[in-house]
Write a protein that binds this ligand. Structure first.
Ligand code: SR1
Ligand code: MG
Length: 407
């Protein structure tokens, strides 16, 4: 029998079954448990444990001492505490939009949560060219609630600072500072890009001094602006979806940072799906239809976020000076600027840096993949440099259409 109570070890599928039997009070005594490790992220192990007798199932997610993507990233398994605490908090702020948390285990650095296997990872669903008409509404409610309601606009300032302390997340922030804000913008040995894309990156990204300066400003904004409690990694691989339901998972990068970081990640990852659609759907009618659907979704995410943010501000703001005329527009404006910038950073880093996205890497025809990469890089650079002008959903659509025509 394994000892799960005194010393951490990384579990395998057999261990996860034993863990479910001996450490959890979820399954019947005569349950016939099976387990499969289903994690395909860069960091953790995800075990799906099922009682074959009745189909009841749970997820056990365990943090290992190093990232799965590379041993170079030594990340404290304490990220699992952050993840389980923030999921509880997000569940209160945005009910129905995160999985239920059953248990957090600080010895095994794992948490046990609701199995969402009736949903699909959104990145995969978008690559299958499925549509989710409720997504923009759902994700903007989630973002407005989690971002505005954890800010100084709404929270008592001392309580907010307690949350800043509780969710200080130096190691995972360092990953973002390196992989998103720094390495993609110079010829860093850890970058991982196609030879065919390298010359374009050299000319358009690495040789652009203005772009380098802007990324420096943005990096310091990320490190110093404790505005809202972020999800911190809100890409389409962190979202489970089905027609009538959207669930946000994997908030282990959570910390207090600029609110636009989450919104920009959502937009950039919809743009990866857009590039995928452009270069993988052969039938012209279907391709146009799906790209239009994604354009509408991008537009709606920006515009609904703005409308809901201002309405929630009027209803929930407690800070006296936040109610002065013009301040809420000034504040939202700065979030929109950050949103555009982060959209651009994410678009560039997933092409140039070490952590890629399947929307692009799965494009089998190499010349089409290179065109998709150039589309993302060009749009990304534009969003960073022209972030002051990106005020409405339609501004995003104009940029991606321009580069979809060019490449
Ligand atoms: C070492 S982790 C690489 C990336 O995977 C995560 O999902 C984050 O996006 C991170 O940047
Ligand atoms: Mg993740």
């Amino acid at each position: 029998m394994k000892d799960f109570t005194s010393c951490y070890f990384t579990m395998n599928e057999e261990d996860a079954v034993e863990y479910a039997k001996t450490m959890l009070d979820i399954f019947d005594d005569d349950a016939e448990l099976t387990c499969k490790e289903i994690g395909d992220g860069n960091l953790n192990y995800v075990f799906r444990v099922v009682d074959e007798k009745n189909g009841k199932s749970i997820i056990i997610k365990q943090a290992g001492p190093v990232a799965r993507i590379s041993d170079e990233f030594k990340v404290s398994p304490d990220r699992n505490r952050i993840e389980s605490e923030i999921l509880k908090l997000q569940g209160e702020l945005a009910p129905g939009f995160v999985p239920k948390m059953y248990k957090y285990d600080p010895v095994m650095n794992c948490c046990v949560m609701e199995d969402l296997s009736d949903h699909q990872i959104m990145r995969t669903a978008l690559m299958e060219h499925k549509k989710f008409p409720l997504f923009a509404d759902h994700i903007t409610t989630f973002m407005v609630n989690t971002l505005l309601l954890t800010s100084d606009v709404v929270m008592d300032h001392k309580e907010k600072k307690e949350l800043v302390k509780k969710f200080i997340n130096p190691e995972l922030c360092e990953i973002t500072e390196d992989l998103v804000y720094t390495e993609p913008f110079y010829d860093c040995p850890r970058n991982d890009l196609l030879d065919e894309t390298r010359k374009f990156v050299q000319d358009e990204i690495w040789n652009d001094q203005q772009l380098a300066l802007e990324t420096a400003k943005l990096k310091f904004e990320f490190m110093t602006n404790a505005q809202s409690l972020l999800h911190g990694d809100l890409h389409t691989g962190s979202i489970f979806i089905k027609e009538d339901s959207t669930k946000v998972i994997d908030p282990e990068f959570a910390f207090y940072g600029p609110a636009g970081y989450d919104v920009g990640n959502v937009i950039a990852n919809l743009i990866f799906a857009y590039a995928n659609a452009k270069f993988t759907i052969d039938d012209e009618g279907r391709r146009k239809d799906y790209m239009t659907y994604l354009e509408e979704t991008i537009k709606d995410v920006i515009d609904l976020f703005k409308t809901k943010f201002l309405a929630a501000w009027d209803e929930k703001a407690t800070e006296r000076v936040a109610k002065y005329p013009g301040f809420r527009e000034y504040y939202l404006d700065s979030i929109l600027k950050d949103t555009a910038a982060v959209t651009g950073l994410e678009l560039c880093r997933r092409i140039i840096g070490i952590a890629h996205v399947k929307d692009i890497t799965s494009i089998e025809d190499q010349s089409k993949r290179v065109r998709a990469e150039k589309l993302c890089l060009s749009a990304g650079k534009t969003f960073i440099l022209e972030r002051e002008t990106m005020k409405h959903g339609v501004d995003y659509v104009k940029v991606i259409r321009t580069f979809a025509q060019q490449f």
